[in-house]
Design a protein around this ligand. Sequence first.
Ligand SMILES: Cc1cc2nc3c(=O)[nH]c(=O)nc-3n(C[C@H](O)[C@H](O)[C@H](O)COP(=O)(O)OP(=O)(O)OC[C@H]3O[C@@H](n4cnc5c(N)ncnc54)[C@H](O)[C@@H]3O)c2cc1C
Length: 560
Amino acid sequence: MIIHDLLILGGGLAGMRAALEAGKNVDVAVISKVHPLRSHSGAAQGGIASVLDRSQEIGDSLESHIKDTIKGSDYLGDQDAIEILCNEAPGDIRILDRMGALFSRTGEGLIAQRDFGGHSYARTCYASDKTGHILLQTLYEQMMKHNVKVYPEWHVVSLITHENTCRGLVAYDMARGELQVFRAKAIVFATGGYGRAYGITSNAHANTGDGLALAYRAGVPLQDMEFVQFHPTGLYRHGILITEGARGEGGYLINNDGERFMERYAPNTMELASRDIVSRAVQTEIDEGRGIDGYVHLDLRHLGKELIMSRLSQIHDIVLSFSGIDCTRYPIPIQPTAHYSMGGIPADAYGRVPDIDGLFAAGECACVSVHGANRLGGNSLLETIVFGRRAGITASEYVKKTTLRPMPPDTLPLVEHEINLMMNGKGKENAADIRMQLQSNMILKCGIFRDIDGLTHMQQLIIALKERFNNIGFRDRGMTFNTELVEALELKNMLDFSETIVAGAMAREESRGAHARTDFLMRDDEHWMKHTLAYRGEQGPVLDYKPVTMTRYGPQRRMY
Ligand SMILES: Cc1cc2nc3c(=O)[nH]c(=O)nc-3n(C[C@H](O)[C@H](O)[C@H](O)COP(=O)(O)OP(=O)(O)OC[C@H]3O[C@@H](n4cnc5c(N)ncnc54)[C@H](O)[C@@H]3O)c2cc1C
């Protein structure tokens, strides 16, 4: 048994930011199923949004960032939390800068900022097209400097709660091939997103939404899960992200007639409308036969080689490596790709999860909710930093006031038994096949466009896939670095939370943000201006709702 005051589950930006803050006051440890530096945060390309001092010169203001975020969220974001996100951004960027994050600079030496979709001004701070990588390295260095304990390649399989308080975790130490119990006074979940539930995704293989499923099984409802962001520009067939920064720098989208089709969908902002709108436009062009073999083109050629190689060099490398195309000379084939989870574990602006005492959540796995029905680019890295810091502070204060509570008896034997049953059964089902069925159907039936027929089919399919999962067969029954076991655990998680995405989408009879129902085309503020909460029930998710917090901005028609 391992004991710490505070456990941070996840070594991405949110987890490390929380750990750094909490580590100033209490004994804290980070557990991560991949090495922290391989967390998906490192793949973030385009940048982190914040109004900075210089912004006033171009007319930008904190108020404008707040307004853009609320409008981007299609009025489902909680406005008190959005105000915190935007108001605290400049201070947090300065802290990152002082920690040594290598932001790109203007000629005068100020932090450079670029245009991003849905933002009225150029406010996205960036480090070339490797922003996440730079920030992740910076925070990891700081963690090493401050001697924060890290358990890398420990896969957490269970959250232990008792009488609505958080008690600890059970984790699979892959290298030693053992299950271990962790006890703590509090736990911060920072487990990231779940794009891997979809067949075409920009997300890392590790993004299987484990934290969501663990919390859901422990009785926490999942909030607003029906809102899944598709990014408009995934590399065709691969789904690998081509950053919005490419359009921010002036790249544009063209169909098979060479037409800049965004003019028909968002005449004012064109390619820099918000992501839900651009993704639907791209998919509509493809569906209506104006694509090229299932894709459209993102054209960067007019930006010139010098700009591409200085500000978008990673994009150049990715497109060349995976598609064999030199984007300084040819347009890039793109299609929308599952990218971001607006929903997640409900948390307040201090990171507290309402239903379980001592449980906190931050980053992409949390739903605070600052993104509502659609996230603006650059606001997610910002969320990891602002709310990671805030959760770290609150959790460490909580820990100082709390004693270590006992673990329920038989915690380890129960988890061991469950895993033994799964690994040593006589079933013949193939986990990889079940996963592919889930992923390909989620794209088709619960993707950019949805209707009740597709969603009903998806709901039934998940029930059938869960049945099949109960009969999966294992070829590797050893415990050391058993990737078959890890993949099975991840699949179980994806099947569990995917049910909540489908259930939320079936119930929500309107189109709002990233949730587009072809059988309910309009936003319906009268009935649906509310957050979904999906609780785990005997027969699948049970839905409830809670109000959206509005401070100053009532819903308006959303035009770009
Ligand atoms: C390709 C790409 C580009 C992006 N670009 C941008 C951008 O330019 N700007 C922007 O604002 N946003 C961007 N985003 C979104 C943003 O990067 C993410 O939302 C954010 O980095 C998530 O950080 P996180 O700390 O919450 O999670 P992650 O960085 O995903 O970290 C999750 C952590 O949880 C751990 N974990 C998960 N499950 C378990 C388990 N069972 N046991 C143990 N550990 C576990 C993992 O090991 C990992 O350390 C991008 C996303 C992608 C996919």
